[in-house]
Design a protein around this ligand. Structure first.
Ligand SMILES: [Cu+2]
Length: 391
């Protein structure tokens, strides 16, 4: 576990994880980092969870933490002694330096689901002062809906009506054909994401179409297909996105180019037990129209952000107005979930094109790869030309 890049090779701040990943903890490996907090002032800490696969808890002995921003957007401030931070998320905290100057206080960062405080204290630290307990500390310390329940907008706001709901159901399929469970295919709406052959932005600007740049479609092994998954959105319109996670693990999603307004979250209704190679989609199809309000209604906003958790076998709903043109990646923040296909693109267009929404580059615009400054040809044309040359 790393704190400001310290602790990996010499993991003094380490809390034991699986030995095969990080090795054992060495509490004397190097001095503990110290942050100076001058008396009677307040400091603003920006926490960034840059881990690839762990949601964290963060706290400082005997100090209340006041969260004032999520993903760089101001929220209604909330004070608590322990905060949760999802993958990729940024939280701004105010810490008041109002404790005994003769004591060093320990900053803790721990994984959310497996931490046992009594086993992991480093050196002597003062006991938690119970008088500092506050109402919000009654929250379930493993509450995976933390960000939606507690990180509320700075001022109450409503999400506008939407013209269309985009349902994105993600699954991972396993098989036990070889006698052991093996990863089969990841998909969103049955589509396993394949990167385009060249940047979608340039291809559409120069060609006026995505036809030549998307990956060639091929069939997957569990009734899925591999292709560049693009959801086409019309510039200026408001959309509602329903993300359903049929998987038994949480996934931290990130949308580029936008901050979105979260309007509903919950466990998939009426869960039923599934066999090892089944998901809730197989055993309990559910009509979300029965729990979600109509698209033409405005909705109170729970939270606003761009990096968010979709807990296991749960759903998250958000709305946003497509006012930032271009192709924007929506992907799981775990890198090793992206390449097996847990990603897609929101393409904000007008009549299928970026032309008129994004200023076209000049003919001297530098591009990478096989394109030149002088002329642009789609990769398919370039490939066919190069084949001709070789022939
Ligand atoms: Cu994932």
């Amino acid at each position: 576990m790393l704190n400001n890049n310290c602790g990996h090779e010499q993991p003094v701040q380490c809390i034991p994880l699986r030995a095969s990943f990080f090795g054992s903890c060495k509490s004397e490996a190097h001095p503990i980092d110290e942050f100076l907090c001058s008396p009677e002032i307040s400091i603003r800490l920006r926490l960034i969870n840059a881990a690839s696969g762990i949601p964290f808890r963060f706290w400082i002995d005997q100090h209340n933490l006041t969260i004032v921003a999520r993903d760089s957007i101001e929220i209604a401030s909330i004070s608590m002694s322990l905060v949760h931070i999802a993958f990729g998320q940024r939280l701004d905290l105010i810490v008041d330096c109002n404790q005994d100057l003769s004591v060093n206080y320990t900053i803790f960062v721990a994984s959310r689901n497996s931490y046992q405080p009594s086993l992991n204290n480093i050196g002597a630290t003062p006991p938690i002062n119970k008088s500092h307990s506050i109402e919000h500390d009654k929250l379930d310390s493993n509450d995976l809906f933390f960000e939606y329940k507690y990180l509320k907008p700075f001022k109450p706001r409503v999400a506008p009506a939407a013209i269309r709901r985009i349902t994105l159901a993600s699954e991972v399929r396993w098989n036990n054909r070889t006698g052991i469970d093996a990863l089969e295919e990841w998909s969103v709406n049955g589509i396993t994401f394949e990167p385009p052959n060249e940047p979608l932005l340039l291809a559409n600007v120069f060609d006026g179409t995505f036809k030549h740049c998307v990956a060639y479609q091929r069939a997957g092994r569990v009734n899925n297909k591999h292709v560049t998954h693009i959801q086409h959105l019309e510039y200026g319109q408001t959309y509602e996105v329903l993300m359903i996670n049929y998987d038994s693990q949480l996934h931290p999603w990130h949308l580029h180019g936008y901050s979105v307004e979260f309007t509903a979250v919950g466990k998939i209704p009426n869960l039923k037990s599934a066999k090892c190679n089944q998901t809730q989609k197989d055993v309990r199809p559910f009509n979300y129209n029965t729990v979600l309000l109509p698209l033409n209604s405005t909705l109170p906003v729970l939270s606003v952000g761009d990096s968010f958790t979709v807990p296991s076998e749960s759903y998250v709903v958000f709305r946003f107005t497509a006012n930032n043109p271009g192709p924007w990646f929506l992907h799981c923040h775990m890198e090793w979930h992206i390449w097996p296909g847990m990603a897609l693109v929101f393409s904000v267009e007008r009549n299928g094109r970026y032309d008129g929404l994004i200023q076209s580059p000049t003919t001297s615009f530098s591009t990478c790869g096989r394109r030149t400054k002088i002329s642009y040809q789609s990769s398919r044309l370039l490939l066919s030309n190069s084949h001709k040359t070789e022939l």
